[in-house]
Design a protein around this ligand. Structure first.
Ligand code: C2E
Ligand code: CA
Ligand code: CA
Ligand code: CA
Length: 278
C-alpha cells in the first residue's frame, strides 16, 4: 500500500479513473464553479519543530459543490489541468491566498508564510511572472511571505526551462518549495541547480517511521543532504508524536500534519493560531 501511495500520482492521477458519467457531471459544474463562488481555501499550519510555533500555512483548495458537498482537489484538479480551467482557478487561489495572508498580517497575526500549490500548467504559463507581480502589487504583501510549491515531477519535466522559470520567480522575492519529494524520479544534483528554498518530504516516507528502518534512513539522508544544499526541510503528513520526535532528532526544520491540525477554513485557522500563540 505504501509503494502505491508513493507512486499514486503517476498511475492514478489520470481522470479516466473516474466513471464517464460522473466525470461529465463534475466537468460541467466545475466550469461554472468559479463564477458561482464555490471555491474555498483551507489552511493547514506549518510548525517549527524546535520551538513548536506556527510559522506558516499551506493553502489547500476545496470546492463546495451545492449537490455533492466538499469535493477534494484530487478529484477535480487533474481534470482542470486537462481542460485548462486550472489557469483561472489557480489564479483565484493565488489572489485569495495572498489577500488572506495580507489581511492576517494586518490583523496582527504573527508573520506567517503562505504556501501555494502551483500546477505545471500555471508554472509553464508565459505570463506567470507578470501575474505574480500583479498580485503582489494588488495585495501589497511582502513577497518573502509567499512560497510557491512545485512538485518534483513538475520541475523535472524540462529541467533547463524549470531552472529559468524558477529564477524569474526568485527575482520577484518569492520563495519556492519542492513538494512531494522522493515520490518521482528525483535527483539531488538537480536540487543544487534549481533556486529552491524548501524541500518537503512526502507523507509516504513519514507514515512508517519507526516501523521501517529503510524509511528512517531515507528521511535522515534527505534532511542531511537538503541542509548541506542550504534548504529548509518540511516533513509532511506528521500524525504521531514518535514521528515528530524522530524528525526533531534528525534536525528537520518544520512539520505539517494532522498531529497539529487538519486543513481548516480561514476563520478556524485564525482562531487556532490565536489560541496557540496566547
Ligand atoms: P499536497 O500539496 O501534497 O498537499 C498535502 C495533502 O496532504 C493535502 O491533501 C492535505 O490535506 C493532506 N494532509 C495533510 N496532513 C496530513 C496528514 O497528517 N495525514 C494525511 N494522510 N494527509 C495529510 P488535499 O488537501 O486533499 O490536497 C491534495 C493535493 O491536491 C495536494 O497535495 C496538491 O497537490 C493538490 N492541491 C491542493 N490545493 C491545490 C491548489 O490550490 N492548486 C493546485 N495546483 N493543487 C492543489
Ligand atoms: Ca503542497
Ligand atoms: Ca506534498
Ligand atoms: Ca501529495
Amino acid at each position: 500500500a505504501k509503494e502505491q501511495g508513493r507512486n499514486c500520482h503517476r498511475f492514478f492521477s489520470e481522470t479516466m479513473r473516474i466513471p464517464a458519467a460522473r466525470r461529465f457531471s463534475i466537468e460541467t459544474k466545475l466550469s461554472k464553479a468559479l463564477e458561482r463562488g464555490e471555491f474555498v481555501l483551507f489552511y493547514q499550519p506549518r510548525i517549527d519543530i524546535a520551538s513548536l510555533r506556527v510559522v506558516g500555512m499551506e493553502a489547500l483548495l476545496r470546492w463546495q459543490q451545492p449537490d455533492e458537498g466538499f469535493v477534494m482537489p484530487g478529484e477535480f484538479i487533474p481534470m482542470a489541468e486537462e481542460n485548462g480551467l486550472i489557469l483561472p482557478i489557480g489564479d483565484w487561489v493565488l489572489q485569495e491566498a495572498c489577500r488572506q495572508t495580507a489581511a492576517w498580517h494586518a490583523a496582527d497575526l504573527p508573520p506567517l508564510v503562505v504556501s501555494i500549490n502551483l500546477s505545471t500548467v500555471q508554472f509553464r504559463h508565459r505570463l506567470l511572472a507578470d501575474r505574480l507581480a500583479q498580485v503582489l502589487a494588488d495585495t501589497g504583501i511582502d513577497p518573502s511571505l509567499i512560497e510557491l510549491e512545485l512538485t518534483e515531477s513538475v520541475l523535472m519535466e524540462d529541467t533547463k526551462l524549470s531552472a529559468f522559470l524558477l529564477s524569474r520567480i526568485k527575482d520577484l522575492g518569492l520563495k519556492v518549495a519542492i513538494d512531494d519529494f522522493g515520490t518521482g524520479y528525483s535527483s539531488f544534483s538537480y536540487l543544487k541547480r534549481f533556486a529552491l528554498n524548501t524541500l518537503k518530504i512526502d507523507t509516504s516516507f513519514v507514515s512508517d517511521l519507526n516501523k521501517d528502518p529503510g524509511d528512517e534512513a531515507i528521511v535522515s539522508a534527505m534532511i542531511a543532504l537538503a541542509h548541506q544544499l542550504g534548504l529548509q526541510v518540511v516533513a509532511e503528513g506528521v500524525e504521531e508524536t514518535h514521528q515528530l520526535d524522530f524528525l526533531r532528532s534528525r534536525g528537520c526544520d518544520e512539520a505539517q500534519g494532522y498531529l497539529f491540525s487538519r486543513p481548516v477554513a480561514a476563520a478556524d485557522f485564525e482562531q487556532w493560531v490565536r489560541d496557540r500563540e496566547r
